[in-house]
Design a protein around this ligand. Structure first.
Ligand code: FES
Length: 180
């Protein structure tokens, strides 16, 4: 697989931001760029990133397999990552997970036949005060209810994604509605 020119250009930009001996600082930004462009971090792109930044292949692998936001395998157009950690569970996350699975017709780790959705259950996503929460690709949604989840998924199916929640949501913030 050829690495697209757009990615090579991005890599140059990222590398330019750091001193010569600190090139590896561009590792995570560049991996994110790869998955934005290719949909996931392919084995070939993984090798290319290591060579471009002068870091070992094992270092790149460590990063990809440690962070749940890194896509180490192909996934649907919308990767839904649902938090199953304690704060979200206490706020109804367990029941909500069942609802999402039924709504999508998927178990965690599966991709829908139409290639639209992949469902993944992950550990804390960093929005514990506003749980339950999930991520759709890089968009965050907080204070989930079954009704809010339905609105988010229906919006994606209709090609009209519900705007993501603000990173510092206020109580009562509901997807698609203004916060007063
Ligand atoms: S426990 Fe769910 S975001 Fe932290």
């Amino acid at each position: 697989m050829q690495i697209p020119e757009t990615l090579k250009k991005k890599a140059e930009e990222f590398v330019f931001r750091y001193p010569e001996d600190k090139r590896q600082s561009a590792l995570i930004p560049l991996l994110f760029e790869v998955q934005r462009e290719l949909g996931w971090i392919t084995p070939e792109s993984e090798v290319w990133v290591a060579e471009t930044l002068g870091v070992s292949a094992i270092k790149v692998r460590e990063i990809i397999t440690f962070y749940s936001m890194m896509r180490a395998e192909p996934s649907g157009k919308y990767l839904i990552q649902f938090c199953q950690n304690i704060s979200c569970c206490l706020m109804g996350g367990v029941e909500l997970q069942r609802h999402i699975e039924e709504k999508l017709g998927l178990h965690p780790g599966e991709t829908s036949k139409d290639g639209l959705f992949t469902l993944k259950c992950v550990e804390c996503l960093g929005g514990c005060s506003w749980g339950p929460m999930l991520l759709v690709n890089e968009d965050q949604y907080f204070q989930l209810t079954t009704e809010k989840v339905d609105r988010i998924i229906n919006g994606l199916r209709a090609g009209e994604p519900v705007p993501a929640d603000n990173p510092t949501p206020l109580l009562g913030n509901v997807a698609g509605e203004k916060v007063s």
